[in-house]
Ligand binder design. Sequence first.
Ligand code: HEM
Length: 446
Amino acid sequence: MEATAYKPIHKLNFIELWNAKKDRFTLMAKSPAKYPDVFGFKVPGRDVLVINNHEMVQHIMVRNMRNYQKDHGYKVLSILVGNGLITNTDHSSWRSQRTLLQPPFHRESLQGMCDIVGDATTQLLKRWKAKEGTEINFTHEMARLTIDIVCRTLFTSNVTEAQVQMVWESLNYMNAIGAKMAMNPMHIPFKYPLPSYVKGRKYIAELNAMIYGIISKRKSEKNPPHDLLQLLIEAKYEDGTSMTDEQIRDEVMTVFLAGHETTVNALSWTWYLLKQHPEAEQKLYAESKVFETETPSFKDIPNLRYGYQVMNEAMRIYPPVAAIGRAAVESEEVNGYFIKARTITLINIAGLHHHPAYWENPFAFQPERFENFNMKGDNRFIFMPFGAGPHICIGNNFAMMEMQLINAILSARVELELVSKNIKPEPLITLKPGNGVIVKIKQVKS
Ligand code: HEM
């Protein structure tokens, strides 16, 4: 095909890029109205193409996925998580890693997690009872709750309040400097003594000490529980060798990093939206009322239908991962557009979720749109908060079940008032609600 025969791609000029810097999320979410398929811009040394068309997404994420590798952003992540599942770019070792890690994430394996969620959320509300009438940072509270749940579910480990605080601060900090590094193509190696790197290395050392501590304690246990950590410890490679402690650490850190901020942000945005849509909050309450006195468990999940719709709609409007980056290995034509080798293709999840060709009234919060939404076929590349294709989030069942249960309990047992106004979404590695959603605890029912 002659170069001239390719469809033209609009490239943002300097002024457009400058304006975009002020509010990147809005630009990304609104871009399909102007550029339904794709648009581009340049960063030093690289072309970036923002993909808004679902067929092109399917091509990049599934059909020709071998030609699109995890980009520079994932190299930055590997500073923290080493060579865990999310950062491994070697297809065949990633495949065996994924197969190995999959079992504890199957729906059926997560039954025990549901009881832990019920227990941890009930404990949280006991603490909130003492704070009635005061303001809290809902996002921070969800961070502590979900770290506790992840540690108890996947590592059967009760972490102390101080450790929870440390994990939260570390992940938060690494997310912020990681995003800065990922967006800066002039890569300054992490070993350099920049003040932000020195602080980052201190946090990593603290996280390492905690994780290596959990691993070594577990290795000395006579009757260890069957959880993700044990699975990693007992795993054998084809040559009969086991994973080193460092490899186990990388996977544990991956699960922390990939699962933490995403879930916390999704919960925060959900309540930010619910508090602005009392009719939806009321409908959720009608479904969850029974949990004023009972604690929901695995068997209740199929009945939390409206809660499921609310979660999906919140993640449609504010996708916790707003974009996924892949770098093209070889040049090729996709849907009539030319993608040059080394181009960074950004799968614009925020854009796909607000695309006027795919959604009616895309900026309105309408959980009911998910009542009969088919999660299969083309829709997998139109609504994709957990990504799509073989790299789809391994923790998606874990996250959905956890969030549905937390929301059902909160809806049934606590009355909150929204204090934060006009929160600006901050697209770092995940889409953060600024410094967090502030709410006032009006009443905890007990
Ligand atoms: C609302 C919550 C969550 C959201 C929105 C989310 C989103 C995503 C997305 C978009 C990807 C794909 C990244 C890519 O293709 O490059 C992904 C991958 C991944 N997620 Fe999640 N995630 C969530 C929760 C979790 C949880 C709870 C865990 C673990 C406990 C987890 C573990 C992972 C891992 C390990 C991967 C890498 C999978 C692979 O490459 O094979 N995530 N997630």
